[in-house]
Design a protein around this ligand. Structure first.
Ligand code: 13P
Ligand code: ZN
Length: 270
């Protein structure tokens, strides 16, 4: 059996959460990440028949029966993951229609997966239906996106259009736009269901006054998606209080659509 700390998925996860911390997106235990794994990849590093503990999930997700996930632990600090991956991360396999998760590796201090496990798992189900290649759900607290939810309308079309106007690359990276949830209590099945519903039409979902969720095929892509939206929000927070002299027009956004072969969310451009 190979050393699991050398597994590409583990190395990638550790690097990504460390980078998220270094970007200031994950103060204290803020943020959580889940990565869908293939059984054949896990089996190179673990005896998949060896279950350490079984955890209750508190929801059902039959679509995820038998699926493996590498997930950050609840209450764990991203800054510590690189120094103690086995305490701060865990590998689980869902069973009993998603109601239970068998722990195969990690959470060695007796911990469990993130309190946002419902939002993660329900969002995986939603995104898989849109894109079977989707493997990652990522949540964090980037300061400018969060700040924007205090001073900008939470209307999804208006929020998306503002971000598209803030940097030329935004529409190229997230032509599907940004969906927005009003403030809701986090860590619940209700916010999980609401997030998954929003994930049906976009890969980015803002939680007002809290943070953002991103979805993607791999950790880099998902990180880059949030990074680009956060850059747009940063520009907005730098200019929102100043008189606006120039912007990116809808005509220019249409030019970007053509040049980069992307399709802006239906009805979002004039
Ligand atoms: P966890 O520590 O349970 O992952 O929660 C962090 C967080 O960001 C809650 O939304
Ligand atoms: Zn959070």
């Amino acid at each position: 059996m190979k050393d699991i700390l050398t597994a590409p998925f583990m190395v990638d996860m550790i690097r990504t959460v460390t980078n998220m911390y270094n970007h200031g997106w994950d103060e204290r235990n803020g943020g959580n990440v889940s990565l869908l794994l293939e059984e054949k990849d896990v089996a190179e590093y673990l005896d998949v028949k060896q279950v350490l503990r079984t955890l209750e999930t508190g929801f059902s997700a039959p679509e995820l029966e038998g699926k493996y996930f590498l997930v950050t632990g609840t209450g764990k600090y991203f800054k510590n993951v690189q120094y103690a991956p086995d305490v701060n991360l865990g590998i689980v396999r869902l069973r009993d229609g998603g109601r239970q998760a068998d722990l195969l590796w990690g959470y060695t201090d007796g911990g469990r997966f993130t309190s946002e496990f419902p939002a993660h798992m329900m969002s995986h189900v939603a995104r898989m239906k849109v894109n079977p290649q989707n493997r990652v759900i990522m949540h964090c607290h980037p300061a400018n996106l969060l700040a924007m939810t205090y001073v900008h309308s939470l209307d999804e079309k208006e929020f998306t259009r503002t971000l598209w106007q803030m940097c030329t690359e935004c529409i190229v990276v997230f032509a599907d736009g940004v969906n927005v949830l009003p403030w809701m209590l986090c860590g619940t099945n209700e916010i999980g269901e609401a997030t998954a519903e929003k994930m049906r039409t976009a890969r980015l979902v803002v939680w007002a006054q809290h943070g953002i969720y991103g979805a993607g095929a791999d950790l880099d892509e998902t990180f880059g998606l949030i990074e680009t939206a956060e850059k747009g929000a940063e520009i907005y927070m730098k200019i929102a209080h100043l008189p606006l002299v120039n912007t990116i027009t809808d005509e220019q956004l249409h030019q970007l659509e053509k040049r980069f072969n992307v399709k802006a969310r239906e009805g979002y451009l004039k």
